[in-house]
Design a binder for this molecule. Structure first.
Ligand code: HEC
Ligand code: HEC
Length: 183
């Protein structure tokens, strides 16, 4: 191998190695193929807009049917908006998505189960086995597990990767998270 081909080889190797890493960075992409301005406007004022594929259609239907009594808040909308948003969520629900998240979530969901929380599914709970209440409720930078973007920096883009998940003021030591301030 002469110097020229050696340099070329290194350049190609670096290029493929870095794209490999870039791809690996996003393990889970829940971004909906169809966007809805109404959904983003009406359902992302108090919290982030959750990806429709994170719940089955029956869950969205149930959530949308009781908005005046929405986790202790009143999130009621007009009849037209409700129809539009419900249809959007149902069309893009987990059953109509072949991504990793939807498949895994549905795979672990009982037929009779209608979770009202993204964080209420078995899949979600298994994924967050290492995340304990004191890292969330008692952590002023997180407060609630429903704030995905507190720990997943690309959550608003619908992208998740366990390697990139960070709990503010905690660090991962072996297989658990410990408070920064203790070290
Ligand atoms: C007036 C504020 C408000 C609006 C508007 C609102 N929500 Fe919520 N929502 C809440 C609160 C409060 C919670 C509970 C958050 C928590 O437990 O930390 C919540 C939780 C949720 C959850 C469960 C999150 C989880 O996994 O724990 C879903 C799903 C949800 N909302 C869907 C919607 C949809 C769909 C809309 C639009 C129709 C909407 N929300 C509009 C206040 C709101
Ligand atoms: C308090 C921080 C925190 C919050 C809030 C949080 N997560 Fe996580 N999440 C984590 C951690 C930490 C992991 C990785 C755990 C591990 O290393 O096993 C994780 C893992 C995941 C994974 C698995 C990623 C993979 O590569 O397999 C998904 C998907 C996920 N979270 C989605 C969510 C969603 C959706 C929400 C909001 C409803 C959320 N998370 C809220 C900390 C959080």
């Amino acid at each position: 191998m002469n110097v020229k081909s050696m340099v070329l080889f290194i350049i190609v190797w670096l290029a493929t190695a870095t794209t490999g890493v870039a791809e690996e960075r996003v393990r889970i992409d829940v971004q909906a193929k169809e966007k809805s301005a109404v959904y983003d406007k009406e359902c992302a004022s108090c919290h982030m807009a959750y990806a429709p594929s994170m719940l089955p259609a029956r869950s969205w239907k149930k959530i949308m049917s009781d908005l005046s009594n929405h986790f202790g808040d009143n999130a009621e909308v007009s009849k037209e908006v409700k129809q539009q948003v419900t249809a959007y969520l149902e069309r893009n629900a987990a059953e109509h998505n072949d991504g990793r998240y939807a498949k895994s979530m549905l795979g672990l969901l009982g037929k009779q189960e209608t979770p009202l929380r993204v964080s209420g599914t078995t899949y979600f709970k298994l994924m967050h086995d290492l995340v304990k209440p004191h890292m969330v409720a008692m952590n002023a930078k997180v407060k609630t597990i429903a704030r995905c973007n507190a720990c997943h920096h690309q959550a608003l883009q619908g992208k998740f990767n366990r390697m990139d998940a960070r709990i503010p003021d905690f660090f991962k030591r072996g297989n658990r998270f410990v408070p920064d301030r203790l070290y």
